[in-house]
Design a protein around this ligand. Structure first.
Ligand code: ACO
Length: 426
């Protein structure tokens, strides 16, 4: 067996041998296939990169058919149950689990970089009263690059490490302040005696009390949600982060911009809207019939990659139960559970391999925390930050990488003759 592909170009009758490595061919090899000397080489048209590998990566492994998700080789189920968000962040960024000393240093460093320059607070206060928190987070993250101009020195290992610490540390501060801003409440400074997730909850919800004490079960559930969102290999926002060798603040700001879009981070909000619209369990059969007739989609179901089940959905369902034990049940949960039960038995969904995805339950949990829907993607972004940084680190150290610059198939006019406005409008 030879690891190559033989391609016959029927335009010219010529045959080409294209080497196969790691189950892929190099798109550049196809560029050698030409209809004639002057024509451009063969290109691949792949909107949405559905079958194009853009890099080699050792951060996250997904097998969508089998419902497997692993960070650096560790199954997501084990990490969610037995690890913490900061340990997972270390794993993603460094590629291996920390020793006790490394872990202590990592947690210490992140804890003591949670404060931001006072000017950051001033400009965040300058946003309109109704500014979307994702817009504020994106702007705040991008602005950090101007506070740390040394971050541009991406080839220096120590500089890179410092920015990664700063970024993971400051995201909850920016996210919490964006939330407080919309509510007209004073911004709360970080409390470095608290854990990462406790401190985030304190900056979100603390009022006049001396010390904010979050319920341990809520802290654990939010920590698990951060772990579940920490990376998802070459998804839309990771791609935005990886597109050029810019400093990590600007790169992550690009990732936040991509995540902001409704096709990426916004589905859990749509799930809530859908459940509210259904209203009662009695309305579910009509709703399901509408979905099957193609009138609408069952939001929170289906995934581009997972065709068996989304392993994060199972973990999130359990986290939802833990949260509701503290906050009381969300009446929409009953509708969600019934909807899931019916859909999982229905031929339409079974034959199309449509299962609940991570967003089916996450919105319900966030609502139980009393987050408004605009905050859902902010929470996603905080969890995703270590993954974006791990992807960025890989990019800047990968000798094979080039600036992201896809080809296009040009469909516009050519070689027109320009007539000045004075003549066109005469
Ligand atoms: N409800 C009803 N039917 C669906 C759904 C759904 N949620 N998802 C897919 N289908 C159907 C399609 O109509 C299509 O049926 P057909 O073959 O009869 O035409 C078939 O299943 C395949 O669907 P595609 O759209 O081709 O699948 P794709 O992989 O492109 O889409 C996606 C994946 C976008 C996630 C889709 O399942 C969807 O829209 N789901 C609802 C939105 C959602 O929950 N998004 C969150 C994803 S997770 C995340 O981003 C963090």
């Amino acid at each position: 067996m030879t690891d190559s592909l033989t391609v016959r170009d029927n335009r010219t009758g010529q045959e080409y041998d294209v080497p196969i490595a790691d189950g892929a061919i190099k798109a550049a090899d196809l560029g050698k296939i030409k209809a004639d000397e002057d024509s451009p080489g063969l290109a691949i048209y792949d909107p949405g990169f559905v079958n194009t590998a853009s890099c080699r990566s050792s951060v996250t492994y997904i097998d969508g058919e089998k419902g497997i998700l692993e960070y650096r080789g560790y199954p997501i189920e084990q990490l969610a149950e037995k690890s913490s968000f900061l340990e997972v962040a270390y794993l993603l960024v460094h590629g291996e689990l920390p020793s006790q000393t490394q872990h202590e240093q990592w947690v210490h460093d992140i804890t003591f970089h949670t404060f931001v320059h006072e000017n950051v607070k001033t400009f965040m206060q300058g946003f309109r009263y109704d500014a979307h928190p994702m817009g504020m987070l994106m702007a705040g993250t991008g602005a950090l690059s101007t506070f740390y101009p040394d971050a541009r020195n991406i080839n220096d290992h120590d500089v890179r490490y410092l920015q990664i610490i700063r970024m993971i540390a400051k995201m909850p501060t920016l996210g919490a302040w964006a939330f407080r801003h919309a509510q007209g409440k004073p911004y709360v400074y970080p409390d470095n005696e608290l854990s990462y997730t406790e401190n985030f909850l304190a900056m979100l919800f603390k009022m006049s009390e001396q010390k904010y004490n979050a319920d341990e079960r809520l802290v654990k559930a939010l920590d698990v949600l951060f772990i579940l969102h920490a990376d998802h290999e070459q998804n839309c926002s990771a791609n935005a982060v990886r597109s050029s060798q810019v400093d990590p603040y600007s790169a992550v700001a690009a990732g936040i911009g991509a995540l902001y879009g409704p096709l990426h981070g916004g589905a859990n909000e749509s799930v809530l809207r859908m459940l509210r619209r259904i209203g009662t369990k009695d309305n579910i059969p009509d709703f399901i019939n509408g979905v099957k007739n193609g009138d609408e989609r069952l939001m929170g179901f289906g995934h581009r990659v997972y065709k068996n089940y989304d392993p994060r959905a199972r973990i999130i369902k359990k986290a939802a139960e833990d949260v509701f034990e503290v906050t009381g049940t969300n009446p929409l949960l009953d509708i969600a559970l019934e909807l899931e039960k019916i859909a999982l038995e229905d031929e339409y969904f079974v034959s199309r391999k449509l299962y609940p995805n991570v967003d089916f339950y996450s919105g319900l949990i966030y609502e139980a925390f009393q987050f408004p829907p605009e905050m859902f993607t902010v929470l996603f972004a905080i969890g995703r930050t270590p993954g974006w940084l791990a992807q960025w680190l890989e990019l800047v150290q990968d000798k094979e990488q080039k600036i992201a610059r896809p080809k296009q198939i040009y469909t516009g006019d050519r070689e027109l003759t320009f007539t000045p406005a004075s003549e066109r409008w005469a």
